[in-house]
Design a protein around this ligand. Structure first.
Ligand SMILES: NC(=O)c1ccc[n+]([C@@H]2O[C@H](COP(=O)([O-])OP(=O)(O)OC[C@H]3O[C@@H](n4cnc5c(N)ncnc54)[C@H](O)[C@@H]3O)[C@@H](O)[C@H]2O)c1
Length: 282
């Protein structure tokens, strides 16, 4: 019960990582403000609890909606202890040589500006709260190219830098700020924005689940709960000396080239060694 009596605000709360975090924080005693554009999913989540989870419709690209979310949480409970700025989607898929300004801006608004203003509008309600902490969702896409489209990757790298700057800005208020970088996690994000029938979505999800078991050194698919547990650690007093940093939770996806952990993967140096070993003695 690390969050007993605490007020926690989570965006992107109706699905995936946000939903798992809502359930974890509520399960550990928090009153959780679950914010999302998915009213049906958010309401269902709230109704599954005995008042510990409160849904707020919130479009995070609207700074006014974010302000209303934070103001409501503080007005009803007296302040905010933890904020998890997590809402997101795939962003514009275009490469840098074809992306249009609208797609670029939409992606930045959704994934980066929303985090900045999640912090901006929460902080007035967090000042003076013992153990106040903010966690922002970045991504393995911030490690380097190849994990996500360019605008998404740049926004998620921006979240890491914003996290560091916010940690310094907010040190004077004793508010810690950290990021979490999920790897390949089995959620709706990959199919949510795709124009697919329900049947094709189910096929795609099954395909991704199988791929997820072999995508990284840890030989199972990443789950939303894996990220929620990391977020809870960063938000808890166990991380009281941790600020301005990031926790990569990717099952080792980014740790090294595939051949370093997968004996089946093509390995240039291994192939050379085999060739050398197979030749007649020199
Ligand atoms: N799943 C992964 O592999 C992965 C990897 C790295 C980072 N992430 C990040 O994790 C976060 C959560 O994603 P997820 O995988 O749980 O996806 P998800 O699709 O399961 O959940 C995302 C939630 O955010 C909500 N949302 C989307 N746009 C919103 C908006 N404008 N305003 C408010 N809510 C909005 C959706 O309705 C949904 O409930 C995102 O920031 C995503 O970029 C996910």
């Amino acid at each position: 019960m690390r969050f007993s009596g605490k007020t926690v605000v989570i965006t992107g709360a109706a699905s995936g990582i946000g939903r798992a975090a809502v359930l974890l924080f509520a399960g550990e005693g928090a009153t959780v403000y679950a914010a999302d554009i998915d009213a049906a999913g958010g309401e269902a989540l709230a109704q599954s609890s005995n008042g510990a989870i409160r849904f707020q419709h919130c479009e995070v690209t609207s700074t006014e909606a974010i302000r209303a979310l934070m103001d409501r949480a503080a007005a009803e409970t007296g302040g905010i202890d933890v904020v998890f700025n997590n809402a997101g989607a795939g962003g514009d898929p275009a490469a840098i040589d074809t992306i249009e300004p609208e797609g670029w801006d939409r992606t930045m608004d959704l994934l980066l500006r929303s985090v900045a203003f999640g912090i901006r509008h929460a902080v007035p309600h967090m000042i003076g709260r013992k153990g106040a902490a903010i966690v922002n969702t970045s991504s393995v896409a911030a490690v380097g190219p190849g994990y996500a489209p360019t605008a998404y990757a740049v926004a998620k790298a921006g979240v890491l830098h914003l996290t560091k700057c916010a940690a310094t800005d907010l040190a004077r208020h004793n508010i810690r700020v950290n990021a979490v970088q999920p790897g390949f996690i089995q959620t709706n994000i990959f199919t949510a924005s795709m124009d697919m029938t329900a049947e094709t979505k189910a096929t795609a999800k099954a395909m991704l689940a199988t791929m997820g078991e072999h995508a990284q050194p840890v030989a199972r698919a990443g789950q939303a709960e894996d990220i929620a547990r990391a977020v809870a650690f960063l938000a808890s007093d166990d991380a009281a000396f941790v600020t301005g940093t990031t926790l990569l939770v990717d099952g080792g996806l980014t740790v090294g080239p595939r051949h370093s952990w997968d004996p089946e993967a093509p390995n240039m140096l291994g192939a050379l060694r085999e060739l050398a070993d197979s030749q007649a003695p020199v």
